[in-house]
Design a protein. Structure first.
Length: 342
């Protein structure tokens, strides 16, 4: 069994289709050719030179290494890692079907393999940092091999997706693996900050952190006492002394599991009870797909924040936070060239 990283579009735009269709697609625009006819990678590379005339040779070599596996290297029984771009979670599947080329399909869904998504919405915080580095490779498709990742992920699957705490014993890199790719530094940084914060802020302390962010954004905040709060951890409002709009009801979840649909529905009910105009549901471990599917339907009423959203708010409002919070979360701004720099 091998472990393969797949991405569902640059911004996760195909993620719902991957999950609902029980497939992985090679979403490469304009690649309407049968890849099973190119068992020799050099032949595929030559064909890409024709299809994408004008592209740099090194770019085409990189593309060939990512395009080649779906038809010629990935096998039934291999595992697929699909990091979500919509939430701070990761999906896992097992390849169950052979490579299929459908020339009549809508672009870019010409190429696919059937997959059984046996574990979805696994929080990123469950994984060791080095595993997350591999999952952050700047490639659409690659084989994950570094630091004995395959056996460690399999062990986590058997242990309810918890880290076993042992030190990895193998540090091997293999051809066509993530070792040939750069890591998404921004994502890796957020993963590191996320792990640091959740060690210090859980339960009521996470509510205090969200309250601090809302105060920094100019809201007057009411924080319920510890214990039963009737589903309203925080109330926030604008205007003089907090008597204006918007009026927001906030629920904060810092446990290890993604939030499910009933929690979202509960917030909507509490909003009506307290007279809130809007809702904010904060889940450090992200949201199940059933909640993500409602994101658009609730856009004008409820916002969803996962750990990445909270961290982005910290970045945007850090100078306005209290000195106590800044001391507990010491951050430093740095500048670097973007990945688009030539």
């Amino acid at each position: 069994m091998s472990l393969w990283l797949f991405r569902a579009g640059r911004n996760g735009e195909f993620e719902s289709k991957f999950l609902s269709d029980n497939r992985i697609y090679l979403t490469w625009n304009g690649l309407n050719i049968d890849l099973s006819k190119y068992s020799d990678k050099s032949d595929l590379f030559n064909k890409l030179q024709v299809l994408y005339e004008g592209e740099k040779i090194n770019t085409l070599r990189n593309w060939a290494s990512q395009i080649y596996p779906i038809a010629n290297r990935i096998e039934k029984g291999d595992w697929i890692v699909l990091p979500s771009k919509l939430s701070s979670t990761i999906h896992f599947g097992e390849v169950t079907g052979d490579y299929v080329f459908d020339e009549n399909a809508q672009s870019p869904f010409f190429h696919y393999r059937d997959v059984n998504w046996f574990a979805t919405d696994i929080p990123r915080n469950n994984f060791d940092q080095d595993i997350l580095y591999s999952f952050g490779a700047f490639m659409t498709v690659c084989k994950i091999t570094r630091n004995d990742a395959e056996s460690r992920v399999k062990h986590m699957a058997k242990s309810g997706w918890k880290v076993n705490g042992s030190t990895p014993s193998v540090f091997a890199d293999a051809e066509d693996s993530e070792s040939d790719s750069f890591t998404d530094i921004e994502q890796a940084t957020k993963d590191s900050i996320s792990k640091y914060i959740i060690q210090k802020f859980k339960g009521y302390k996470m509510e205090e952190l969200i309250a601090e962010i809302l105060i920094a954004k100019g809201f007057t905040v009411y924080h319920s006492k510890q214990g039963a709060d009737g589903g309203k951890d925080l109330l926030a409002s604008g205007g003089e002394m907090g008597f204006g709009s918007p009026k927001i009801c906030v629920q904060v979840k810092s446990h290890d599991d993604p939030v499910d649909r009933p929690t979202l529905d509960q917030l909507a009910g509490v909003m009506a009870k307290v007279g809130a105009e809007y809702g904010l549901l904060v889940s450090w471990s992200g949201f199940k797909n059933s909640v993500e599917q409602e994101r658009g339907n609730q856009f004008f009423r409820i916002r969803l924040w996962d750990s990445y959203d909270v961290i982005n708010e910290l970045f945007d409002n850090y100078e306005k936070l209290s000195s106590e919070i800044q001391a507990e979360i010491p951050l430093k701004k740095i500048w670097m060239l973007s990945d688009g720099a030539q």
